[in-house]
Write a new protein. Structure first.
Length: 201
């Protein structure tokens, strides 16, 4: 089984990357994906872990060296397509990103930009937006994702989520971008992802 850690839109809050790395130290993550904003944050992450970190540039990335706008990353018998998502029209953005990725042979499509977490399945592929661990706009308090891939399938067991979105753990009153009491936390303090409508992801 492969475990892919995904985050996006950290916007310079390096302490949140430290939180994520500490929270996943026992998770056997095989690779990290950073879907943009900021590339410097992805480089910081790579300096603090032995796990490979792949990154793309976001709409706020202007510091040299710039990451590529998109990446096609091998994953066993398929690919991961990752882009920040800001260069795709807002109208039907998720569907367009899924089409872009699947046309290149990817079955996992990753983007950020919206600061909203979610998962959408279509065309034998999974689209994931991990949200933002630092500046959430979905009242989650901050999230990142872990995707599992096993025997050619994303989440092949019933009642098992492919993607788990973890709330970033902060001291009381320290959740940036979240309304008090609005976190979507389920059993064990983990917020599970369902299919989110259209452009709310």
């Amino acid at each position: 089984m492969k475990r892919i850690g995904i985050l996006s839109d950290t916007h310079g809050y390096l302490e949140d990357i430290d939180l994520v790395l500490a929270a996943t130290a026992d998770q056997d993550i095989d690779m990290w994906l950073h879907a943009g904003d900021f590339g410097d944050d992805a480089r910081y992450m790579q300096e603090h872990t032995d796990i490979p970190v792949y990154a793309v540039r976001g709409n706020n990335d202007r510091v040299q060296p710039l990451e590529p706008r998109e990446q096609l990353i091998p994953l066993e018998d398929t690919y991961i397509y990752m882009t920040h998502g800001h260069e795709v029209s807002y109208y039907n953005r998720i569907q367009k990103l899924i089409e872009l990725g699947t046309d290149m042979g990817a079955r996992l499509i990753v983007s950020g930009h919206s600061h909203h977490h979610g998962e959408v399945r279509a065309r034998d592929a999974v689209f994931v937006n991990p949200g933002s661990i630092s500046l959430a706009r979905d009242r989650s308090g901050g999230t990142f994702a872990i995707v599992t891939y096993d025997n050619g399938q994303f989440g092949h067991r019933r009642r098992r989520r492919t993607v788990v979105i973890f709330p970033a753990k902060r001291p009381a009153g320290g959740a940036r971008g979240a309304a008090p009491g609005r976190e979507r936390i389920c059993r064990n303090g983990v917020s599970a992802v369902g299919v989110f409508p259209g452009e709310s992801v």
